[in-house]
Design a protein around this ligand. Structure first.
Ligand SMILES: [Zn+2]
Length: 512
């Protein structure tokens, strides 16, 4: 079996609370890539997301809620799935670390590494942050507290018999990999940070826990497997490792692993070392997204400025949220998000630039030609411009550069708006300049057909609404190789006016 799928993953999210805009951002990022690869590739993308459900924090949260941990997770997971549904997330697989196939696979991975001497016995003594489920070296502590800037809680001294993953053994090979692949972790700042961490040295990692009972047990011992070891293996257990190797080889290695920058260390040091120990290829690309700040401040529960996606959807159409999140900043950078930003970009780029263009063109076609697509036109420079834009969008999305792709598409949106102003179809109609009017209307409709296809990965509803209004069936632009050629809109096609794509947002959104 050989690899025949574009395999992309989100982090699996910790099931102790429900999604905020940061989780939505990472997951929509994966959704855009999945949709893009389905319409441009061989149609086969495999988009994995899921939930990380073990560990003391979950056990504590469940106890507080008066529930058994699994029952607690079952309820939380339903809420994550509902949230993804409301954001139009087209995942192919949802893994829960409490799924039996995952638990068994992690035990097998653990045994295999222990058998081959990559997991060895020892004693663990060290400072442990219960909140982050992370051991911290004393040198990293900040005034005796957890050094994670998001946490800062007191740490506990833990001493126990334990199993260690021989991470230090892989340091040289990791450094080699980083040097040979200066682009495998993005953005560059993330690569630099992890490369310098590696140069500073690596300690073996404790991968068992005595006190934590809510986890994958190590059979015939009173220990469970460290939740991070358990969770990080999900990317291969989901693909079928080690039981279903046929399926596994069709998926692995992952093409893109999207993560938050706070979990870089686990995904670019621990994870590749585990894969090296298992003699498996490493993911092709790991991309860390930045943090969304609220008017310059990091979102946090204590500041009470956490944005829930559902609150945004009370005011704005889903596609507008998907658009603004990715138009706002280069992927990987922190960026500020506020109600002013959302409203300004909504009115300018969506309601005005795109929404009006679509309404205007199709209304003119309805008025002058009864909504029927006119005789084909070669499009001349429009044709060349759209070819160039499709190439630019592909280059950008292949490089996981969402903003560059949107900028390229919006150049064409602007170009078509200018074309309307310059060609003046209303004047051509008044002058009964029928040949030129037909040509102009065809060019505009064909341009909209390309726009529908190009925006679809970002804005599935908008893409489909334009596509359907143009009398086209199926997924917009599916497959680009076949559909993105100038002149594929057939003369005689009956068009309709689409529903209002970006209705006016009258009031200042209070929830944002
Ligand atoms: Zn902490």
């Amino acid at each position: 079996m050989t690899k025949d799928n574009f395999y992309l993953t989100t982090p699996i999210y910790y099931a102790n609370s429900t999604p905020h805009i940061g989780h939505a951002y990472s997951t929509i990022a994966a959704d855009i890539l999945a949709r893009y690869h389905r319409v441009t590739g061989n149609g086969k993308a495999h988009f994995l997301t899921g939930t990380d459900e073990h560990g003391q924090k979950i056990a504590d949260a469940a106890q507080q809620a008066g529930k058994a941990p699994k029952e607690f997770c079952d309820e939380i997971v339903e809420r994550w799935k509902m949230e993804w549904k409301s954001l139009d997330i087209s995942y192919d697989q949802f893994l829960r670390t409490t799924d039996q196939y995952h638990e068994q696979a992690v035990q097998q991975i653990f045994f295999r590494l222990r058998e081959q001497g990559d997991i060895v016995p020892g004693t663990y003594e060290g400072w442990y942050c219960r909140n982050d489920e992370t051991f911290w070296p004393e040198s990293k502590l900040v005034d005796g507290h957890c050094p994670n800037p998001e946490c800062g809680r007191p740490v506990e001294w833990v001493s126990e018999d334990a199993w260690f993953f021989t991470l230090s053994k892989y340091r040289d090979r990791l450094i080699e990999h980083f040097n040979a692949h200066p682009d495998w972790v993005r953005p560059a700042s993330a690569w630099n940070e992890m490369a310098s961490l590696l140069r500073g040295g690596l300690e073996d990692l404790c991968v068992s826990r005595v006190g934590v009972t809510w986890g994958i047990p190590i059979p015939s011992e009173d220990k469970t497997i460290y939740v991070w070891f358990d969770a990080i293996c999900n990317y291969i257990t989901a693909a079928g490792y080690p039981e279903n190797m046929d399926r596994f080889h069709r998926l692995w290695p992952a093409d893109v692993q999207l993560i938050g920058k706070e979990i870089l260390r686990f995904h670019t040091i621990l994870w590749p070392a585990i894969l090296m120990a298992l003699k498996l290829p490493l993911p092709k690309l790991v991309v860390a997204n930045g943090w969304i700040t609220m008017e310059g401040q990091k979102m946090s529960k204590s500041l009470g400025n956490v944005i829930r996606p559902a609150e945004l959807l009370e005011t704005f159409p889903l596609d507008a949220v998907r658009y603004v999140l990715f138009a706002q900043a280069p992927f990987g950078a922190d960026f500020s998000f506020s109600e002013e930003t959302m409203l300004r970009r909504y009115n300018a780029e969506l309601a005005n630039d795109l929404g009006n263009l679509v309404q205007r063109v199709l209304a003119m076609l309805a008025r002058y030609r009864d909504g029927v697509v006119t005789a084909r036109s070669s499009g001349d420079e429009l044709n060349a411009e759209f070819d160039e834009t499709a190439r630019a969008v592909r280059d950008a999305l292949d490089a996981v550069d969402y903003r560059a792709a949107l900028q390229a598409i919006w150049e064409r949106v602007g170009g078509l708006n200018l074309y309307v102003e310059q060609a003046k179809p209303w004047q051509l109609n008044k002058d009964a300049n029928n040949a030129l009017l037909d040509e102009t209307l065809y060019n505009l409709c064909e341009g909209l057909r390309w726009i529908a296809a190009l925006v679809y990965p970002f804005m599935p509803h908008t893409g489909a609404a334009i596509w359907n209004a143009l009398g086209q069936a199926g997924v917009p632009g599916d497959r680009w190789e076949d559909t993105l050629h100038w002149g594929q809109l057939d003369p005689g096609t009956k068009t309709t006016l689409p529903p209002s794509l970006f209705p006016r947002v009258e009031h200042q959104p209070s929830a944002v």
